[in-house]
Design a protein around this ligand. Structure first.
Ligand code: GLU
Length: 510
């Protein structure tokens, strides 16, 4: 058998913000494709015009770019199977729907919305609260199965609005081997006669996904577990269209669950519990409501991606931090769990913290600049990079840098005098006066040299250096916080350090 090139696809509908579960689907697609030297396709499934949201496609592409999970083919980059937007492929779907009708696997249905409503309320019982258009109902409705060939032809002739539905067989067992779940089996009687082609000529997801996966030569299809109940429809379509041998291998990815494990994690859970669920900020174009994304919350993309990889997968070794290359090398579907993965925001923060620790300080400075700009602070990138290096171990997010480093950008206006006063005396005032003038003359203003001269002078004056360091810190920062005090001084520079000592002394002695 000829070896087929691996081709996978991410097929989002452009309906709003991109849920982290969607990004994880992208990631698994991407890892699998890269591991097999395959191709990763982005296909926009926009056939449901009622759910289409302007801007959502560009937003999805930007999310992928931010995460470093770029597609090899898609509406933004083109490719040999273009167009990659289903709405632009509209013309090709009808022929397949008609082919199914001709073969007796699908039929025209002329029912009006009122007639469908009437059927639902007529067949509704306590045990069947939402009756479906299935083998039983089919016979009582207006379609090319219940009507004669002449009646049907007449209705079509008149241009009567109609849809094309799949004719689900009764009592057949269909199944397939899911790459994560193993063999999955369904009885066709449990599935209704799904619409394949709508009255406006647009295909539904069910038809479009099969046609496009076929035409785009997709070999492996990863999608959320919520699509598993639709699988029998798709299996039958692959079979009825005569493409069974080319059907992709399916993997239905486990859900991402709420932190308490009770159901699927939704955007509302994020709002309620105060963490992001979307990859990036999403502004609802209708209401203008803004939902915060992981990017804007301060996540580094590689931390976000690493965290997602571990939601439902691990390599069995206990390792949690992986570079993208490691993920590509080690990812395996055998190790994807079948059960849903609980989302844990504290753990997500931990991942980000790990990546912040190892991030290049210049990069952190660049990411932090907008925060400074917002606060009207002017500082050089080099200065901000040094500060980022000093405080990053205390931060979970880039934006936390401010809370741990604000005193580098503005001199303290108040001092925690109460922390100093009880042990304060004239000798200590003298110490700081003398030390300030020593510092004035220091040619080496490094933390080490500062500490050395500080300790030498303290020793000669018989004061414990430990008793002087807290007052020094309070002079520089205003309170009992911040990184090692001599590093603060070195970063602030000679002039500013001396000025703060003087102002601090005034405040303490006032
Ligand atoms: N358009 C579907 C969705 O947004 C895609 C499902 C699939 O990957 O087949 O969930």
């Amino acid at each position: 058998m000829q070896h087929q090139k691996v081709r996978v696809r991410f097929a989002p509908s452009p309906t709003g913000g991109l849920h982290l579960g969607g990004v994880r689907t992208v990631l698994f697609n991407y890892l699998f494709a890269k591991q097999h030297n395959g191709e990763f396709v982005l296909r926009i499934e926009d056939t449901d015009q009622t759910r289409y949201v302007p801007g959502a496609e560009e937003y999805i592409i930007e999310c992928l770019r931010w995460c470093g999970l770029n597609a090899d083919e898609g509406p933004h980059v083109g490719g040999p199977y273009a167009p990659y937007r289903q709405s632009e492929r509209k013309a090709q779907y009808r022929q397949y729907a008609e082919q199914l009708v001709a073969a007796g696997h699908a039929y025209y249905a002329f029912d009006t919305p009122e007639e469908l409503e009437e059927m639902r309320s007529r067949l509704k019982t306590e045990h069947n609260p939402s009756p479906q258009y299935n083998a039983a109902a089919r016979q009582q409705m207006r379609n090319s199965i219940s009507l004669s060939a002449e009646e049907t032809a007449a209705l079509l002739e008149k241009g009567t609005p109609h849809v094309i539905r799949i004719k689900m067989p009764q009592g057949e067992e269909v199944g397939f081997t899911d790459m994560i779940r193993g063999h999955v089996q369904f009885n066709t009687s449990t599935v209704d006669d799904k619409v394949l082609l709508k009255a406006d000529g647009m295909p539904t997801y069910h038809l479009a996904v099969v046609v496009d996966d076929y035409l785009m030569k997709i070999t492996h299809a990863f999608r959320g577990e919520e699509w598993l109940p639709s699988a029998p429809v798709h299996l039958l379509l692959w079979k009825y269209l005569g493409w069974e041998a080319q059907m992709p291998n399916w993997a239905h990815l486990p859900l991402i669950l709420k932190p308490d494990g009770n159901g699927k994690l939704s955007k509302r859970d994020g709002d309620r519990l105060g963490f992001p669920v979307y990859a990036m900020n999403w502004a609802d174009p209708k209401t203008g409501d803004m939902t915060t994304g992981f990017r804007e919350k301060g996540f580094l993309p590689e931390a976000f991606v690493n965290m997602l990889a571990m939601l439902g997968w691990n390599d069995g070794s206990g390792q949690e931090i992986f570079t993208m290359d490691e993920l590509i090398a080690r990812f395996s579907l055998d190790r994807v769990h079948k059960a849903g993965a609980k989302f844990d925001f504290e753990k997500a923060k931990w991942f980000n913290h790990q990546y912040l620790l190892h991030a290049d300080n210049n990069r952190l400075a660049e990411l932090f600049m907008p925060v400074l700009k917002e606060k009207n602070v002017n500082a050089s990138p080099e200065y901000v990079a040094t500060i980022a290096g000093l405080v990053k171990e205390r931060c979970d997010f880039v934006n936390d840098i401010w809370d741990h480093a604000f005193f580098f950008f503005q001199a303290p206006e108040t001092f925690d005098i109460a922390a100093v006063k009880p042990k304060w005396n004239a000798d200590k005032t003298q110490f700081f006066r003398d030390w300030a003038s020593i510092v004035e003359g220091l040619s080496d203003f490094s933390a080490t040299s500062l500490e050395e001269s500080f300790k030498t002078l303290a020793g000669s004056m018989n004061i414990k250096p430990g008793e002087l360091q807290l007052p020094f810190r309070i002079m520089l920062c205003g309170g009992k916080f911040g990184p090692p005090v001599f590093n603060i001084a070195e970063t602030l520079g000679k002039h500013e350090t001396i000025a703060r000592i003087m102002r601090g002394l005034d405040a303490i002695n006032a």
